[in-house]
Design a protein around this ligand. Sequence first.
Ligand code: NAD
Length: 321
Amino acid sequence: MYIVTEETCRQIIGMDDAFTAVEGVFAAMASGAAYNFPVIREAIGHADALYGFKSGFDRDGLALGLKSGGYWPGNEARGLTNHQSTVFLFDADTGRPKAMVGGNYLTAVRTAAAAAVSIKHLARDDAKVLGMVGAGHQSAFQMRAAVRQRGFERIVGWNRNRERLSRLADTAQEIGLPFEAVDLDRLGGEADVIVTITSSFAPILEKAQVRPGTHLACMGTDTKGKQEVGAELVAAASAFTDEVAQSVTIGECQHAVEAGLIGEADITEIGAVINGTKPGRASDEEITLFDGTGVGLQDLAVASAAVELAVGRGVAASVDL
Ligand code: NAD
């Protein structure tokens, strides 16, 4: 069995590798070749932790396994990341363990890659201004992945606490694009593409603040009750997602569905757009919204890529179980 550490993942998996893996597995999900198993997530009654598994199988890529982990709120005080995850891969032919892969960095790049895939397939070609809502850990990854998809000329950003905005400003500077902190009215009024990546439980952006033609990638809502944009905005947009079952239960679309504004049939799997079996953006005036809920197959896809690269370069440790 191979072991690929967090540090090795950081060194060998770039944004392009993550993008290719995630775009491929979304396509496989839509064609029926890959499917996610039911998600387990439990409050374990110790250390205030939430712990669970996301798992699945991709018959095309032969990725079989699970991501195990969750959220330990006391970790930061110990100098550790609160979100912890590890990916385990198994040989699809024999069931033998194949690899154990550090999942923290991979989670960030696979989530950013999902938003980037949505921008590639749904944003207007002439998008020039990127809007970032949220300035937490994931936001820098999101910005780096998003700017690769269009000829963005500047970035505007908003965060609930202004102190954290330095993360967005610093990342934009490293990328080489001008950055301005703005209020939400300006953000919605100027951005052609908006990425939301917060832990909010109430809408931040409303329909009236977003212009026709905008593409939104709503990436923060991955749990029942979380919400980043108003249900009316979701209903006004053409909605796309990684997986419809998650979108209507734990994703951004849950609130519009609960309010009876949209139904499952109004939400399109992004993989079908990638495969060309369903249309994406229909006009320059349409608002498109990608509800990125985060599926286990994304984790298996990037972890498989990490193992392949690490083994190829001789930097994967190997143990006999
Ligand atoms: P973080 O704790 O580092 O940052 C949280 C961000 O949310 C900060 O910018 C904070 O200001 C903002 N925020 C929190 N509550 C808010 C509120 N009520 N109103 C407005 N803003 C608020 O978290 P992170 O690691 O950057 O992750 C951000 C979110 O993305 C989390 O909710 C996480 O669960 C989610 N996530 C989703 C996926 C996916 O696949 N969809 C993957 C990883 C993380």
